[in-house]
Design a binder for this molecule. Structure first.
Ligand SMILES: Cc1cc2nc3c(=O)[nH]c(=O)nc-3n(C[C@H](O)[C@H](O)[C@H](O)COP(=O)(O)OP(=O)(O)OC[C@H]3O[C@@H](n4cnc5c(N)ncnc54)[C@H](O)[C@@H]3O)c2cc1C
Length: 292
């Protein structure tokens, strides 16, 4: 089947309406970097494409900082996230994760909403957004709702998005003094998707941990985390011994997959290495603040 119609709605509401009129035949398209490959490979064969390229709703293609949150429109490109001063100042791990996606040509058109909706396990931004407690705003046939990014991605290329629903924005809380890092490990080329991605963020009271979040991407269908980690380490000092024990726990508890980027055995060991490295980076950032 070839594409019969290419529709260019001007509003998000119209896009949802067009996308839900024919849920089996219509597909939203933003940057097209993922969808066109899936179409060329025959994985999806929409007869109608509903483009998000001409939406002019306020905020869909812009970034703003309000009430302790950074709001990134679902149609903002990864390049624009990577270079935005508001993101660099408040969410440096997200700026970095977007800056190391694929290559310049991809980042210049690929959108953050499209990256999340694609739900490819070997992606960079989702684990970082989960480590920062981000939520997505969704506009669907039943109206608007908000969902944690961790609940949006439900499996291999599967999301909790209703048919035709649009990710209108990504909201990331800005916690004063939170430090965050992202470690991307590639095995095939400098432009490749991650073999393992580790996103970590923490807040401290002096040298002691107040909160800690570690999320592993690209090793299983969905990003992996230990939801009890923050409570367990609260009040402890983030030193080398703690970094080693958290890293060993993540290696023990995560069952990684095999794929062309690495075997399960290899990934398992790299999870331990990268978690330890991420936690050392958080401790260095803490020391720089405490000693300043
Ligand atoms: C060569 C190459 C290298 C890559 N390397 C990396 C990498 O290193 N790391 C990484 O994380 N990713 C990587 N990617 C994936 C890339 O990040 C995604 O393809 C891109 O972010 C998808 O965004 P898009 O706007 O192009 O989405 P599209 O291709 O337009 O759409 C993707 C899917 O999302 C849906 N969709 C799009 N926008 C929305 C929205 N706002 N709301 C709801 N549904 C929507 C579409 O219907 C479709 O199902 C790479 C891709 C390529 C081609």
């Amino acid at each position: 089947m070839t594409v019969q119609r290419f529709l260019e709605p001007r509003s998000l509401a119209e896009a949802v309406q067009l996308g839900t009129e024919d849920p089996s035949g219509a597909k939203l398209i933003a940057g097209g970097t993922a969808l066109t490959i899936m179409m060329l490979q025959g994985f999806v064969m929409p007869d109608t494409l509903v483009s998000l390229g001409r939406i002019d709703d306020a905020g869909f293609r812009s970034i703003s900082v309000t009430e302790g949150r950074v709001r990134i429109g679902g149609g903002v490109t990864l390049t624009d996230v990577a270079v935005a001063p508001e993101v660099a100042a408040n969410l440096p791990s997200l700026a970095y994760a977007c800056a190391v996606v694929g290559n310049t040509r991809v980042r210049n058109v690929a959108t953050l909403g499209g990256n999340l909706a694609e739900a490819d396990y070997a992606s960079d931004p989702p684990s970082v957004l989960i480590s920062l407690g981000a939520t997505v705003e969704i506009l669907g046939p039943d109206g608007q709702r908000t969902l944690p990014v961790g609940d949006l991605i439900t499996g291999f290329y599967e999301t909790a998005l209703p048919d035709g629903a649009v990710i209108t924005a990504i909201d990331v809380p800005v916690t004063p003094d939170r430090v965050s890092v992202y470690e991307k490990f590639r095995t095939r080329s400098s432009e490749d998707r991650p073999c393992v991605g580790v996103a970590a963020s923490a807040t401290f009271a002096g040298r002691a941990l107040d909160d800690l979040e570690v999320v592993i991407g690209a090793v299983a269908a969905t990003p992996q985390r230990d939801p009890a980690l923050g409570d367990r380490v609260r009040g402890a000092e983030l030193d080398d011994a703690l970094a080693r024990s958290v890293a060993a726990e993540y290696r023990r508890d995560i069952e990684p997959m095999d794929d062309a980027r690495g075997s399960a055995w290899y990934r398992s060991r790299m999870i331990e290495v990268l978690v330890r490295r991420s936690l050392r980076a958080l401790a260095d950032a803490r020391d720089a603040e405490v000693d300043a």
